[in-house]
Design a protein around this ligand. Structure first.
Ligand SMILES: [Zn+2]
Length: 160
């Protein structure tokens, strides 16, 4: 069984082998974050157990993968994304700020439609004001709702 400590140690030990900017560019800190969460879920989930092994492997081989060029880099990125997607779909995790951008985008879409509709229905000369008011409300509401969902997810320890 791979432990979070082993992964953390591997990550640190190999850090000198890669460029500083590559470490942050490939988001290698997330290997540890994903490991902590996968470890917590692994008593209930075989896939998370297997993902712990994959993360351990990444923590050992990431300098080689990055040095390898495109194929290696893609392998690393796709692997980490796959592990995150599993945590998101099966265990309800999300990234920091994810709900805010999701509901913000929905609010923007709804706001534009509402704004256009309001502008069409408004009496002559009030179109712009009607548009601005009708468009702003869903946008602000979307951000607020998303921000609250992010806050609750963070409080529940569901952010990776
Ligand atoms: Zn799982």
């Amino acid at each position: 069984m791979t432990s979070v400590d082993t992964i953390s140690r591997n990550l640190e030990d190999n850090r000198t082998k890669v460029y500083k900017k590559d470490y942050s560019f490939f988001n290698l800190g997330s290997v540890l974050a994903l490991a902590k969460v996968s470890d917590a879920e692994s008593c209930q989930c075989k896939r998370c157990q297997a993902n712990m092994e994959r993360l351990a492997q990444f923590s050992e081989t990431y300098p080689d993968l990055i040095a390898m060029g495109e194929a290696g880099k893609r392998n690393l990125e796709d692997g980490l994304d796959d592990i995150f997607q599993h945590l998101a779909k099966e265990h309800g995790y999300s990234r920091k700020g994810w709900y805010k951008s999701l509901y913000g985008a929905i609010g923007l879409g709804v706001g534009l439609l509402a704004g256009i509709l309001a502008a069409l229905l408004a009496s002559d000369g009030n179109g712009r004001v009607a548009f601005a008011v009708a468009a702003t409300i869903p946008l602000v509401a979307g951000y607020a709702w998303g921000g609250r969902k992010d806050f609750l997810a963070e409080k529940a320890g569901k952010i990776v």
